[in-house]
Ligand binder design. Structure first.
Ligand code: ASP
Length: 343
């Protein structure tokens, strides 16, 4: 991943110089890219996820198909913290949460789902084939199986197994200190440190606008590593980990889910965009709200929002430095470092 990242930054640099003259890109962290189609997604895993989404978007496909195909790449990754091989809960089981939302307020979600490789696709089936929005646990799994999704064996990745074994020694549910144990400032989720020194993350959130100007989003996660059994975070909660309003914009979140849920984070960001705030300013306002609520404790948690408005402008804001997102348009494919409350 180090090499890939160097490559990305190098190629970004080259294309950056060329594109800057065309005024397509501004400074990182400023939402100056206005494009259609466009796809954005959280963390560096978003680069590969965006490629799959782009396959759909570049052929005039629908945003809803793009955001499903995109995050499926991350779910299927063998060495990532999103899918079945991710960090388990305290009892050693990987439990997955995901949701998806289209441009017409159709949405579907699954939570506390075990042994299914693509929770986002099950969420889509919930959206399309049931009268409900959300299925959880055994019921969600039963539905997935009835829809033809195979029950997989659970096999943690080597990194997740090592992280869990290490955690078991102390069995403490305590956030690692941001920027000390966790170089990406990713808060309490103890993402797995890979052999090459990179950090993996627990969630991918993606939002896209297709050639027709329609928005959709998806979010999928293994949740907080070593969480209590049954714990569900923000990622599968419509309005918290994801929200799409085709008139106003779309937003997804990553970080400490409990603090995203308490402010209905993604919904709040979209409402602020409706009032005219830019994506970055809207994300910042809601981060500010969380920081105010958490007081001193804000220093210990990470939350980031990533948003796209109807003009195709992208923007983000986080509590701590370290959050980055991937963007893909006709002109660019790059990682953007987010601005943050603490610097
Ligand atoms: N938001 C996710 C959760 O709380 C975790 C993450 O983004 O890493 O489950």
């Amino acid at each position: 991943m180090i090499n890939r990242r160097k490559f990305i930054h190098a190629s970004v640099f080259t294309s950056f110089a060329a594109l800057f003259s065309k005024k397509l890109i501004g400074r990182p962290g400023i939402e100056t890219i206005a494009a259609k189609p466009v796809v954005i997604s959280t963390w560096d895993a978003g680069i590969d996820a965006n490629k799959a989404a782009w396959e759909v978007l570049s052929k005039k496909g629908k945003a809803i198909d793009a955001v499903e195909k995109g995050v499926m790449v991350t779910e299927a990754s063998q060495n990532c913290c999103v899918g079945l091989r991710a960090n388990p809960d305290r009892d050693g089981f990987v439990t997955l949460d995901a949701c998806i939302m289209d441009d017409k307020f159709n949405c579907g979600s699954v939570a506390f789902l075990e042994r299914i490789k693509h929770p986002v696709s099950v969420a889509r089936r919930v959206m399309e084939k049931t009268p409900h929005v959300m299925l959880v646990g055994a019921g969600a799994q039963q539905f997935a199986v009835s829809e033809g999704f195979p029950l997989e064996e659970q096999k943690l990745s080597k990194d997740a197994q090592e992280a869990y074994d290490k955690w078991l020694k102390k069995s403490e549910y305590k956030p690692p200190a941001i920027n000390i144990e966790n170089k990406q400032g990713h808060g309490p989720f103890a993402p797995t440190k890979l052999e090459n020194g990179e950090w993996n993350h627990d969630t991918i959130g993606m939002v896209a606008m297709d050639s027709f100007g329609n928005l959709s989003g998806s979010c999928t996660t293994s949740g907080a590593g070593f969480k209590m059994r049954g714990r569900v975070g923000d990622s599968p909660i419509i309005g918290a980990g994801l929200f799409v309003d085709n008139e106003a914009g779309a937003c997804t979140a990553t970080g400490q889910g409990e603090d995203v849920i308490r402010v209905a984070g993604s919904h709040a960001v979209v409402e602020l965009m409706r009032q005219g705030f830019s994506p970055e300013a809207a994300c910042k306002k809601v981060i500010e709200r969380i920081v105010k609520i958490k007081k001193e404790k804000a220093k210990e948690i990470q939350v980031a929002f990533l948003a796209l408005n109807k003009k195709g402008h992208a923007g983000s804001f986080a509590i701590h430095p370290g959050f980055e997102y991937a963007i893909r348009t006709n002109e660019v494919e790059k990682l953007v470092k987010s601005k943050s409350w603490f610097t």
